[in-house]
Each structure stands twice: as structure tokens, then as C-alpha cells.
Design a protein around this ligand. Sequence first.
Ligand SMILES: C[S@@+](CC[C@H](N)C(=O)[O-])C[C@H]1O[C@@H](n2cnc3c(N)ncnc32)[C@H](O)[C@@H]1O
Length: 240
Amino acid sequence: MIFNEDYAKFYDMLYSDKDYTSECNFLEEVFKRYSKIPVRSILDVGCGTGNHAAELIKRGYDVVGVEPSEPMASFAVKKGIDVVLGKVLDLPNFNNKFDAVISMFTVIGYIHDTNELIDTFKWIRQHTNHLFIFDFWNGNAVLTQKPTIGKKRISDEYYRVKYPKLITNDHVVRVKQTIYDNSDNIIVEEEHVVRYYFPREIEHYLNDAGFRLIGLFPCWRLDRDIRDTDWDIVAVAEVI
Ligand SMILES: C[S@@+](CC[C@H](N)C(=O)[O-])C[C@H]1O[C@@H](n2cnc3c(N)ncnc32)[C@H](O)[C@@H]1O
């Protein structure tokens, strides 16, 4: 189990530099440009600690989150978000429909099996009235740049080191995430296996699930095409 209680406790501190406000600006720009219906309700798949959801609720949207990690979800609930616990495929009887579905910050990278990804896309197709927006690691960037060890300060007391291992045959990067205190004691350790996807394969899986790809963009801008150097890319898709 990843995103466990010890890791979840650090999550918001670890990503306190992540600009959720700008990402929500991007989402609203996508709604404005590409949604054929007014967007009022949003399903946030893999909502984590609820930072996009909280910002979108502030802006007047009705948001529901889906999240498999109970500890991550508990932080979202504390922010006032309505969260359904589980992976989407654990929820066959979930029958609400939303104007848009979002899945932000590499959530689909945590799905490693191709059939599970297609089934997840099909489930999402059943629950969106129009748009589906999600980001993922661009295989072209991962293979050309290669993942490297990264150290990040969390607070005066803690820091995190990421030790990645690229497994090309599986299209994944195994990332050992270790949080240390300032005396270099290990406080938390988790291995996150993240699958990267290639632009045309994502389009194929979306088509299989009943979506049309509107576009792939660098995170988080709509003013240019993706390049091999763009590690994080965002897909905007609509129901067929
Ligand atoms: C990097 S976090 C992103 C959380 C949040 N969306 C954000 O932007 O801060 C990835 C999240 O995806 C969730 N996740 C992993 N596999 C999932 C799945 N199959 N369905 C839904 N969520 C999943 C994890 O539990 C984790 O909270």
C-alpha cells in the first residue's frame, strides 16, 4: 500500500510549492475553450489530499473526489471535500454523472496494467457529460532525459530524496521515495511505481473507451504543442 498514513502526513508540506491555483486556472481555461456544456460539477479522480478540489469548490464548482488511499482522503475530507473511497474500478455502482472529470498529478501513472487503464477510461466515460482532463508522464521525455535522483527540502526538519530506476520493458519508473529528518534518519519510505505513456498510445486507449482526444499540451499551458522535453503533459478529451 502506498500513500500510507506516514507519507500522507507529509504530502501537503512536500508539495507546498505546487501551484494548484494556476492549475485550476488552466482547468477553467480548458472548460471555457473546449467544453460544449457549461461546467458546474466535477469529479476529481485520485483527488489525494484534495487541493484541486478545494480550490475548485472555492470557485463555485460542485466537486466530488475519488481516492483509494484512506489517509490521503482523510486530509481532503478535513478540507470539506466529499470523497468516495476506492479506485474507480472498485465502484461499479457509482452512478453520478459530472460535467467534467479531472485526474491530476500523474494519477494514471499509478495504473500499470493496460487493460486496467482502458477499463478506468471506460468507467470515466460513463461518468462524464463531456470533458476528461488528466496529466501523465510523457514516455518520449522519460526515455530521452532519463529520471535522476532528486533531493527536496520539506521543512526545516525534513527532506525527501527520490531514487528512481527506469524499467524500460515495463514502461515504468520505480521511484523509492525516502523522507529523512535533519539527522538523516529515515522517517518514511515508499516505492512509487509510475508508468509513462506515449502520446499516440494514450489517444488509442481513449478512443477505445469512447473518447476523442482534443489535444495534448505541456503542463499547464495551451499555447504550444508538446515536445520530447515535456515530461508532464496534459490530455484534454471529449466524449464521442
Ligand atoms: C501524486 S498523487 C496526486 C493527488 C492529487 N490529485 C494532487 O494533485 O495532489 C496520486 C494519487 O492518485 C491516487 N491513485 C493511485 N491509483 C489510483 C487509481 N487507480 N484510481 C484513483 N486514484 C488513484 C493515489 O492514491 C494518490 O492520491
